[in-house]
Design a protein around this ligand. Sequence first.
Ligand code: ME8
Length: 509
Amino acid sequence: MPREPVYLTTPLFYVNAEPHLGHTYVTLVADVLGRFWRARNRPVFVLTGTDEHGDKIAQAAAAAGVSPREHADRVSGIFRSTWDAAGLRYDHFIRTTDSYHVAFVQKVLADIHAKGDIYFGGYRGLYCFGCERFYQERELVDGLCPDHRVAPTELAEENYFFRMSAYQERLVATLEANPALIVPEGYRREVLSLLREPIGDLCISRPKSRLAWGIELPFDSRYVTYVWFDALLNYVSALVHLGRMELWPAAEHLIGKDILKAHAVFWPTMLMAAGLPLYRRLCVHGHWQMQQGKMSKSLGNVVRPLDMKARYGMDAFRYYLLREMAFGQDAEFSEEALVARLNGDLANGLGNLASRVLAMQQRYFGGVVQPLAPEAADHALRAAFAAAARELDAHIADLAFHRGLEAVWRALDHANKYVVETAPFTLAKDPVRLPRVGAILHELCEALRTAAQLLAPFLPETAERLAGLLGLPATRLGELDLPWGAAFAPGHRTLAPEALFPRVEVSAA
Ligand code: ME8
């Protein structure tokens, strides 16, 4: 049977800011899931890119004294080069200014218009320029936009509207029938509660007199398309462009909770109107908070991924982000906590185990791996790693990255205790016991090999280095079904130890 594909998407990032911690987190999750499923032989496709039209971008370009196009080219390039430098993998990078995307948006607009689901009407409403949307009175907090804390401007305009309300009932029925459509569950409930009120129709045009930086409506050149109606279509336009529409119903959208409504209400109703099936799953993550509250340029607390890479190494940064945040919930970012994880879990837990095992292998056997001879304690060690592998699979299917890593660390802790309990360094003093020492070290080499395989999607550089130190080619990391004992043929040599994670002094943080 052909393996079911996995199509992962990140939000398309606005080009009004450079890549920060939040953008990095969601792109990292896509990278990890991509590596995880690829290693399990599922065809994977990862899409990311930039959202380049609309008021926000026009204003950012004006502030920088350049044209919106020049501004978008520059910042989009920074996103792309940052992901490349950070080792975050994607299969395609889409820009909403790409001509194929523009043509696709216009085609969908023309189709939905022809079908009668887009109509022209007068509108008077309260508009927030920051959010680029109209607000209803009851949505305001003390008369202010709840996000931007500014009074919305009253605008009277004639515009085009998408008949979103016509799909409300179908959307509710779909959400009720598919409990796993939006995860974690709390976000599905949030959407269902929002849908208890009439959702109304969606204003999908902006007059050019007010905003020219957008995709022109195919049926009225006086207007451009509302940026969300444009951007959401990227998830399909890229596939049409690449001839990969077989991936469509396999879509798993990774998004932050800030853009839940657009993805859980606008997007599914747009798909219904366009006659396309729904995505497979909407995966919603929480926000990183800083100790001072929000991350912002003015507070000077913006966390840049490449600064973190330079200071701690990309793998340590990746580990911290995945281990610290429960997917779906908010988490607080702190460099002290990152350093604590680096020194504790990584340097002490994993790094130390690797150095001890490799050092003993070198000292007692010149690196040559000795035959296995299982005893009771060895079976327990194997069982610990088998359990970690099973638990990891279950947790990743639920997007519980922190629990998956915890499961691997339970097995590593077991291995560290096994070293203490079997005491090969003591046994080695007695030449008669040397075969047992060899067997213990072989078990531990297998433990390290398994750890490298399980951790490869999360800590790709470390996994490769560890495989290299064990004398194994990186391709072995993909052989998840390799039985215990099969990795090291007679005469196989491991290398001299190297520190996988240099400890960081706390004062340096
Ligand atoms: O909303 N913590 O783009 P955007 C965690 N262009 N994640 C965060 C975060 C934080 N503090 N801040 C941002 C847009 N993010 C639209 C999307 S999709 C068709 C269009 C992440 O540049 C999070 O994933 O504002 C959030 O949803 C996304 O960045 C928003 O990026």
